[in-house]
Ligand binder design. Structure first.
Ligand code: ADP
Ligand code: MG
Length: 588
């Protein structure tokens, strides 16, 4: 076939394919136009999952009637004039492609009026054929109606997902815009029913409630950081709130929703060791980036952007999330002790004071009586020099129930779960060992078995294990394939030397079975967490005073001492204040 120029109609359908992939793309483009027009109120109507109808009505600036034909012409835009402006784009649109693309694969109608004109204009595009402009009475603003999407592109029609999937995608999309623009009132109806409504009162947390439900919105932690030249704001989940995948992580760059794998992993990494491995946070972050540091023109639907300094931004996101997280991850406080609730007691006089009975023991390495002004000052200073989230120096009091350690801190009593605390200590030790050892040969100490053990694995488990032999060898296992579905264990991690080798291997393989394919680093962390769980002292073990003290000291050196590697708390704090209340020394 000789080379020929494509007919206009063919060329424009190909181009349309880039911008209009599915009904949700139409919603996206029309809503972006409405936002760009400075609307205060945007009404979106969707029928047939968006294939039959998408209609977006706004009360923005409108389009002058004589410009309507241009609005639906490719590469016609009012938002960009010079190539230099590409790095100074303050609007969501700028490519001048959306209306032309949509019009070439649907039946499109625009009705619009500007405040300067008493009469509006109306225009139709039918599969790319543009009608003449007709005068039309209309309120100021614009209404765009898109019917029968892809009616003239049967191949596309066949690839559409079912309407309920499309509806869900549209819900999420509009909710994201509503979050980014809390000052705009959004109303979305699908199949004649109200699907999402926001008040436009500017309160983001209220919109968050619409998106995730009120209970979750209430729990979300606020992020508010200026990390020059970036400003990072938004909401992240506390460590108690997780998901099994990353779908609830959303980023907005200069209020434009974007997909960015790297930013998502910056957020996830900020939760490092605080979440149970294999669990993911929820996050909605708005990043303001100076316009000259971001290229928004790398993707036809503008869903991806490119940063001038991606590493700096990555660290900024990680830092600000981590900071917010640690600031909001206090040791769990007991608010009420129902079983101790004083009934009808009068609080004693305030001046009587309160003395913690164990204060002042001589051999205490870290004597921190609550009333000693010197040590309180030290505590305050160490709180300042230690990053948030560290724990105060603790003085051992003793062990209860062979499971918990009691300690005194500058601000009251701490109950420490010995198993969880030891898990945390081991976990951080192992992670550091792996990090500090020679990159290629990093290995945890391993213990060679006198008699190698053969294990047979069920075929499914065996297939999982095959691919992971290098990973588990870094952790101290020496395992070889030994016939079909059979493995020979020559060495186990020193930490697990007390365990049956086959059982130890089984425990690890279970971790490969999660559905999400974890990153290698996450997988390693997960396995290490698993090893630590096995190796940590159990509840029920009596510990000597030295062992208890050593555990506290080790815990103090941890970076995240307040949770175990699986995200559960290692300690509970009973403040002096609480104790005073419980004993009726202070107003109930
Ligand atoms: P872009 O948004 O990239 O400029 P579009 O094809 O989406 O391209 O729109 C073309 C032009 O039509 C816009 O630049 C704008 O001037 C005008 N326009 C489209 N929708 C609206 C609207 N809802 N309100 C006001 N003007 C609009
Ligand atoms: Mg546009």
């Amino acid at each position: 076939m000789p080379i020929r120029l494509l007919a206009d109609e063919v060329a424009s359908q190909i181009a349309a394919g880039e911008v209009v992939e599915r009904p949700a793309s139409v919603v996206k483009e029309l809503v972006e136009n409405a936002i760009d027009s400075k609307a205060n109120h945007i009404v979106i109507k969707v029928e047939g999952g968006g294939q039959r109808l998408v209609e977006v009505t706004d009360d923005g600036g409108g389009i002058p009637a004589k410009e309507l034909p241009l609005a639906v012409t490719r590469h016609a835009t009012s938002k960009l004039a010079r190539v230099e402006d590409l790095f100074n784009i303050h609007t969501l649109g700028f490519r001048g492609e959306a209306l032309a693309s949509i019009g070439s694969v649907s039946r499109l109608m625009i009705t619009s009026r500007t405040a300067e004109s008493d009469l509006g204009g109306h225009l139709k595009v039918d599969g790319g054929n543009v009608s003449a402009v007709a005068p039309a009475g209309a309120p100021v603003g614009t209404a765009v109606r898109v019917e029968d999407l892809f009616y003239n592109v049967p191949a596309r029609l066949k690839f559409l997902k079912n309407p309920s999937t499309e509806r869900r995608i549209i819900d999420t999309l509009v909710a994201r815009f509503a979050l980014a623009y809390p000052d705009i009132r959004f109303q979305l109806s699908q199949e004649g029913r109200a699907s999402l409504q926001t008040s436009g009162n500017g309160d983001r947390r209220e919109v968050l409630g619409v998106l995730f439900g009120v209970e979750i919105a209430r729990q979300m932690l606020e992020v508010l950081t200026v990390d020059d030249p970036y400003q990072i704001t938004g909401y992240i989940s506390p460590i108690s709130l997780t998901r099994s995948n990353r779908r609830d992580i959303t980023f907005f760059i200069n209020r434009r929703p974007v997909q960015d794998v790297s930013l998502a992993s910056a957020l996830i990494q900020a939760y490092h060791t605080l979440l149970m491995v294999g669990r993911y946070p929820v996050g909605v972050l708005f990043i303001d980036v100076p316009f000259e540091l971001v290229d928004v023109n790398v993707h036809p639907t503008k869903a991806e952007v490119r940063f001038r300094q991606p590493d700096a931004l990555f660290s900024a996101v990680q830092r600000s999330v981590r900071r917010a997280l640690l600031a909001h991850t206090p040791v769990p406080q007991i608010e009420h002790l129902p079983f101790l609730k004083p009934t009808g007691w009068e609080p004693r006089s305030e001046t009587e004071g309160f003395h913690w009975a164990y204060r002042g023991e001589d051999d205490s390495p870290a004597q921190m009586g609550a009333e000693d002004p010197q040590s309180t000052l030290q505590a305050a200073q160490s709180a300042l020099t230690h990053p948030a989230g560290r724990m105060p120096l603790l003085r051992l009091v003793g062990q209860v129930a062979s499971a918990f350690i009691i300690a005194e801190g500058p601000d009251g009593l701490y109950l420490i779960d010995q198993h969880a605390a030891h898990e945390r200590v081991l976990f951080e030790k192992l992670i550091t060992e792996i990090k500090h050892s020679d990159q290629d040969h990093a290995r945890l100490p391993s213990q060679t078995l006198l008699n190698p053990v053969t294990v047979e694995m069920p075929p499914t488990k065996s297939r999982l294990l095959e691919g992971q032999i290098p990973v588990i060898s870094r952790l101290g296992f020496q395992v070889e394939e030994f016939g079909i579905n059979t493995y020979l264990i020559r060495a186990v991690p020193a930490l697990l030397s007390g365990m049956d080798p086959a059982a130890a291997l089984y425990v690890l393989v279970e971790d490969f079975e999660e559905d999400e394919t974890p990153l290698q680093a996450e997988l390693e962390a997960r396995i290490i967490a698993r090893v630590c769980k096995r190796a940590a002292v159990k509840a029920g073990k009596v510990l000597s005073n030295e062992e208890q003290r050593a555990l506290l000291a080790d815990l103090e050196t941890c970076r995240s001492p307040r949770t175990c590697p699986h995200g559960r708390p290692t300690m509970i704090h009973l403040s002096v204040d609480l104790l005073e209340r419980q004993f009726g020394r202070k107003g109930a």
